[in-house]
Design a protein around this ligand. Structure first.
Ligand SMILES: Nc1nc2c(ncn2[C@@H]2O[C@H](COP(=O)(O)OP(=O)(O)OP(=O)(O)O)[C@@H](O)[C@H]2O)c(=O)[nH]1
Ligand SMILES: [Mg+2]
Length: 332
């Protein structure tokens, strides 16, 4: 580990990969690892004559939207745009819906393939396989590792279909909600609460004839809402051709500047507090579960209950109650 850590702060990509895999199987060592990185970096900064950045800071960009909206294609186009200024980019593509890493992730890899040989681009796909409901915490760890590694941008891509992506996206400084001109998109996204997460709306597949109609629809929806310090702009893109992507990057930078200045704004502060709260709760849930797994008695009880639930002999609610009872009796 010491050697990997050393290579990590020296910027070796292989060390970043190794650290990500390590954290995947040892989530409970997360804090220690981040602390070691920081200590080693401080030490390094002290000993070296060249001034190094004391604590790296990345732009966190969240990208979400319905399946097939063109998120990965857009990420690919954004990487290209960001690379024009020689900044480095990390991508965490998360697929919370598929328990087995499916075609979507393979698709992500293919779509971002053109950057595969670029040493300043690092793509990692995560599926929910092998995680105990801790996918979003793992995604957070990977994103933070990429930041600690010194990447200038960290992009998180996730399908907007449920609750989990809210947690993932809440890490981001700026969140893009990607929609397409197709009907159905908006209705579905409204239901998922996606619309409230947007700092910027992207209407991708602008080559489709219904694009202007969709822009008007979103604008009307925004007009209905309360006046905000930041009104989410709407950007049309054609991700597969790179069209509108330079403008989009400008909007992203504008939003980041705005949020930096607006940190004192009560509305924004409240939003930030909420997303931190959400993340804290998620972390607590996950660590509680990890703790439970390490208690032999509880672990046995859990397995017994799981079998019953699987066989339809007991409801999850009953089982949770019984496990909680068991924990509580040990405190009495
Ligand atoms: N016509 C058109 N097609 C596009 C555009 N952008 C992306 N596509 C296509 O849309 C399809 C889906 O693109 P992806 O980038 O995989 O979409 P995604 O949102 O990442 O999909 P998931 O990760 O599965 O949710 C691909 O076939 C793309 O080539 C566009 O601007 N216009
Ligand atoms: Mg994708």
């Amino acid at each position: 580990m010491e050697q990997i850590l050393k290579s990590f702060i020296q910027g070796e990509r292989l060390a970043l990969s190794r650290m990500i895999s390590w954290l995947e199987s040892h989530p409970q060592q997360r804090n220690e690892i981040f602390q070691s990185i920081q200590e080693l970096r401080d030490q390094h900064a002290k000993n070296s004559k060249i001034k190094t950045q004391a604590k790296p800071h990345a732009h966190f960009l969240g990208i979400t939207g319905p399946p097939g909206a063109g998120k990965s294609t857009l990420v690919n186009a954004l990487i290209k745009e960001i690379r024009k200024s020689d900044q480095s980019v990390g991508v965490v593509a998360v697929d919370p819906s598929s328990p087995i890493s499916g075609g979507a992730l393979l698709g992500d890899r293919i779509r971002m393939q053109e950057h595969a040989s670029d040493p300043k681009v690092f793509v990692r796909s995560l599926s929910s396989r092998g995680h105990h409901g801790g996918l979003s915490t793992h995604a957070e760890s990977v994103a933070r590792l990429m930041e600690a590694f010194g990447l200038d941008w960290v992009i998180l891509e996730t399908v907007g279909v449920g609750q989990s992506e809210c947690e993932i996206v809440s890490l981001a400084d700026t969140t893009l909600v990607v929609l397409t001109p197709e009907t159905g998109d908006t209705v579905q996204s409204l239901k998922a609460g996606l619309m409230e997460m947007a700092d910027i709306f992207v209407i991708n597949k602008a080559d489709r004839p219904e694009a202007p109609k969709r822009v008007a629809q979103i604008r009307a929806m925004l007009d209905l809402g309360q006046a905000q310090a930041w009104t989410p702009p709407i950007q049309l893109t054609q991700a597969n051709k790179g069209e509108g992507v330079a403008d989009l990057l400008r909007l992203i930078l504008e939003h980041q500047k705005f949020s930096h200045q607006a940190k004192q704004d009560p509305e924004i502060k409240l939003r930030l507090q909420k997303s931190r709260e959400q993340y804290f709760k998620e972390l607590l849930k996950e660590h509680f579960y990890l703790w439970l797994e390490k208690q032999p008695v509880l672990r046995a009880l859990y397995q017994k209950k799981l079998k019953k639930i699987q066989d339809g002999e007991q409801t999850s609610e009953q089982a949770v109650q019984e496990i909680l009872e068991k924990i509580l009796t040990s405190f009495r």
